[in-house]
Design a protein around this ligand. Structure first.
Ligand code: HT7
Ligand code: ZN
Length: 850
């Protein structure tokens, strides 16, 4: 493929206001008849994109086209001299859904026909302007045998459904002009859960969730989440649904989480199907988030779409922000903020410091599928959140209203969006979109003669410039927070409840008896790293006194991470004060259980690796991680035992409150198991009444290398052999066990009758999870790298998107020692040499670039 540059954007010389598609479904020979109305804007040849297509016929305004009038290859169709007036071009192609292993375009999953067109899958169905700025109204005719698939779906509203000549035809009309990437079709023998929603203006909308027959009861939670999302978007953003029907279909083979096709969302079934016997509380939360996210795209993504793929964050960052807000309003704002920061630090910060780093709005790409990253999604959401922090909810809402009013029905840019908000210096803010890397904020404090000063200094990432950083700050004293009016701020803009830092800000307070404790970056008000001299006493005070859930949690993380790092360095520190503070926090019934549970979860191995920075020894990382768990578990034994002994909420109560109570019990059990008390985990593994508790117990055994783990896991695998989504959990757990057998175990599981490279969920659960197993993936002999590369090489041919995603695990190899870096470099060089897909070549090239 060739590199695409933002600066080269140019509109197409033809518009395509209407598209009519007819699909005569067949597993290996589906015939697609596409008639598109083209209107000249500039004129010249009409050049359409294809990908592996074979053209059966071409017509112009209903008459066959002479072969000399066009040029057709599998990847391109050119009409050499189109008419100067609007014309209808009909192209007939034939595709084989059963042979489509890439899961892009039209494919079959468990016998169900479905499509995935974002970003460039539509061109695997028919030739088109397969780009987001060409909007078309669609009429779609889906045709199956009268005896065959009964559920025939496409975007928009159903116009007609009839049987004639032994064939069943459904006609769908979508009145909202949309780009090709939002087109969808589904056909199959599916069960459904049906409901109804009345919008704020009183329109009735039919809601359907289609799932594998027999699994309908497992779709009721998703339906509930959908209805709550619809209400929330009306209340919080004034956004109403706009078609007569909203359909969701769950399929088991899907490259990503879900897809927001207009009126017909297609989902990875793991984000739809749930009941307490097979799904954990985390799964429920994931379903709620993804259902909401895809639904919210109806306005941020579909009604207003992107001018080009460089603007991907315009829909993704904004929609993640919206789904985060939904969860915050539905569940707990503080807990959600911590969960989002964990995710950002675990995925986006490392990406931003790796060879795969890129801007939130990139200016070039080689393969668009590789830009669906944490940077675009999660950092993209953080940028929206900073705008929200700087201008406040009422002005943010006004800006959003303005955006919807001005850009509805168009394909917009990030600049269009930013222009709707009254932020102080939009040009400076745009740098957040245009420069990669994580800025650092240095915090320095002094206290002398009753005068306290706090200095914040921005240190931009390498090669980047300073940007506006909203810093939420509180100065805590024994008698409460200092009134901001008493502080003098120099060098930064003061907003409501925050300061906007550019180069340097100084905050001064006079006439104090003692230095206050500065609670900095409350609510994680900007996606930066904070550099502050370690101070155990300060962090212990923050843990005890601060009322901002993020800063409390972060203080726990900081202390735990320095304890872990001290262990890694062989200079163990006294962990008693941390254990005491953590024990008090965990036992404090004034805090939500879910928050207390998060506090009890140790910093990840990944966090330790980043703190060490270079020449990391993965085995010592494991030892330090496990050592701290054992020590804290031992020191907090009584508190933890009490927490684990707390009453269990009913298994069928999947509310956030009940989930929080289970999370707290299970976090306590995990630490106790780390300290050798595996009896509880064994008992819980046998007697658990929910998948949440069962899996937590198995995890406590597996992740502490308990002797009982083998048998407990084997029993679990036997019991759930027929439940693919549960089996995925089993595979993932086996792959992540931090013992010396992990690699051999994974190789053995690759021979398991239920393992298959064809199902992305299964590949991610076994191989993706293995690549997160620090000591096993980064084995000194390079065998962990070889295993993952082997799988990526084989998927390069059948499903390059999944292959490329797997390869990104290599991006932090540079943190390890020279022999490991060399082993990984050899493996990646081999991948680069043998790979044929643009997806894998792009990632391998960036990972190996000098
Ligand atoms: N907008 C959706 C992106 C997506 C996708 C991208 C590439 C290949 C397959 C894909 N499936 C879905 C998902 C979302 O953000 O809502
Ligand atoms: Zn999205």
């Amino acid at each position: 493929g060739k590199t695409v540059f933002l600066k080269d954007y140019a509109p197409t010389p033809y518009r395509a206001p209407h598209t009519s598609l007819m699909f005569a479904l067949h597993p290996t020979r589906t015939v697609v008849r596409a008639t598109t109305l083209y209107e000249p804007v500039g004129g010249g040849p009409l050049e359409l994109a294809g990908d592996g297509l074979s053209l059966m016929a071409a017509e112009l305004d209903g008459a066959p086209l002479d072969e000399s009038a066009y040029e057709a290859t599998p990847d391109r169709f050119v009409l050499k001299a189109p008419p100067a007036e609007p014309f209808a071009l009909t192209l007939v192609t034939v595709v084989s859904p059963d042979d489509n292993t890439e899961l892009m375009g039209l494919y079959r999953s468990n016998g169900v026909y479905c499509t995935q067109c974002e970003a460039e899958g539509y061109r695997r169905i028919t030739y088109a302007y397969d780009r987001p700025d060409v909007l078309s109204v669609y009429d779609v005719f889906v045709v199956s045998d009268a005896e065959g698939e009964q559920v025939l779906l496409s975007n928009g509203n159903l116009v007609d459904r009839k049987v004639s000549g032994g064939r069943l035809t459904a006609h769908w009309h979508d009145p909202f002009p949309k780009p090709t990437y939002l087109f969808a079709l589904v056909a199959g023998d599916l069960g459904a859960v049906t409901d109804e929603f009345t919008t704020m203006s009183g329109r009735k909308v039919e809601l359907n969730i289609y799932v594998e027959r027999g699994k309908e009861p497992r779709a009721t939670y998703a339906m509930d989440a959908l209805k709550r999302s619809m209400v929330w978007d009306e209340t919080r953003f004034g956004r109403e649904y706009d078609l007569d029907v909203f359909n969701i279909v769950a399929v088991s083979d899907f490259n990503m989480g879900a897809m927001e096709n207009k009126g017909l969302n297609v989902f990875n079934d793991r984000y739809v199907l749930a009941d307490p016997d097979v799904a954990t509380d985390q799964d429920y939360a994931g379903i709620e988030t993804v259902i909401a996210h895809e639904y919210f795209h109806n306005w941020t993504g579909n009604r207003i779409t992107c001018r080009d793929w460089f603007q991907l964050c315009l829909k993704e960052g904004l929609t993640v922000f919206r789904d985060q807000e939904f969860t915050s309003d539905e569940r707990s704002r503080g807990v959600k903020r911590i969960a989002d920061v964990r995710r950002l630090r675990a995925a986006q910060f490392p990406e931003d410091a790796s060879p795969l780093r890129h801007c939130v709005r990139p200016n070039r790409y080689d393969e668009i599928s590789n830009l669906y990253t944490s940077t675009v999604y999660d950092k993209g959401a953080e940028l929206i959140r900073m705008i929200h922090t700087m201008i406040g909810e009422p002005r943010f809402r006004a800006g959003m209203d303005d955006y919807f009013a001005r850009f509805d029905g168009t394909a917009a840019t990030v600049e269009d969006f930013i222009g709707c908000f009254s932020i102080p210096d939009p040009g400076a803010f745009m740098r957040w979109y245009e420069e990669p890397g994580t800025p650092r904020v240095k915090v320095a404090e002094a206290f002398k003669d009753g005068r306290y000063t706090l200095e914040l200094t921005q240190v931009p990432a390498e090669g980047a410039s300073v940007k506006p950083i909203p810093v939420r700050l509180a100065l805590l004293t024994d008698t409460g927070a200092i009134d901001p009016a008493k502080a003098t701020v120099t060098g930064g803009e003061i907003g409501t409840g925050h300061i906007v830092l550019t180069d340097r800000v100084t905050v001064t307070v006079n006439r104090l008896n003692a230095a206050p404790i500065a609670s900095v970056m409350r609510g994680f008000s900007a996606p930066v790293t904070i550099e502050r001299a370690p101070d155990e006493a300060r962090d212990l005070t923050l843990i005890a006194k601060d009322d901002d859930p993020f800063t409390v949690w972060d203080a726990v993380q900081r202390l735990a991470l320095s304890a872990m790092q001290a262990r890694y360095d062989g200079a163990a520190i006294d962990e008693t004060p941390l254990a005491a503070a953590l024990g008090t926090l965990a036992a404090n019934a004034g805090h939500e259980p879910a928050f207390r549970a998060l506090a009890l979860i140790l910093p990840t191995r990944q966090a330790l690796i980043e703190a060490i920075g270079q020449n990391v020894d993965p085995d010592r990382v494991d030892t330090a991680h496990q050592g701290l768990g054992a020590s804290l578990g031992e020191k907090m034994r009584d508190v933890l035992a009490r927490l684990h002994g707390a009453p269990l909420p009913p298994a069928d109560d999947v509310s956030a409150d009940a989930a929080g109570q289970r999370a707290l019990r299970n976090a306590a059990m995990q630490l106790l198991a780390s300290a050798g008390d595996t009896g509880r985990a064994m008992a819980q593994a046998k007697n658990a009444t929910s998948m949440t508790d069962r899996l937590a117990a198995l995890g406590a055994l597996a992740f502490t290398n308990a002797g009982e783990a083998d048998e407990a896991l084997a029993t679990f695998a036997r019991e759930y052999d027929h439940e693919p989504l549960v089996l995925d959990k089993y595979f993932a757990m086996e792959a992540m066990r931090p013992d010396a057998e992990a690699l051999d175990r994974v190789r053995r599981l690759m021979e398991h009758p239920k393992f298959s490279l064809k199902t992305p969920n299964r590949v991610r659960s076994l191989i993706g999870a293995f690549a997160q197993n620090v000591a096993a993936f980064h084995r000194a002999d390079g065998s962990g790298y070889r295993l993952v590369a082997e799988v990526a090489k084989s998927l390069d041919k059948s499903n390059p998107q999944v292959a490329a995603r797997l390869l990104t695990s290599f991006s932090d190899v540079r943190r390890f020692d020279a022999p490991r870096r060399e082993a990984a470099a050899d493996v990646l060089a081999d991948v680069l040499q043998t790979a044929t897909s643009s997806d894998v070549v792009d990632i391998a090239r960036r990972l190996t670039a000098k």
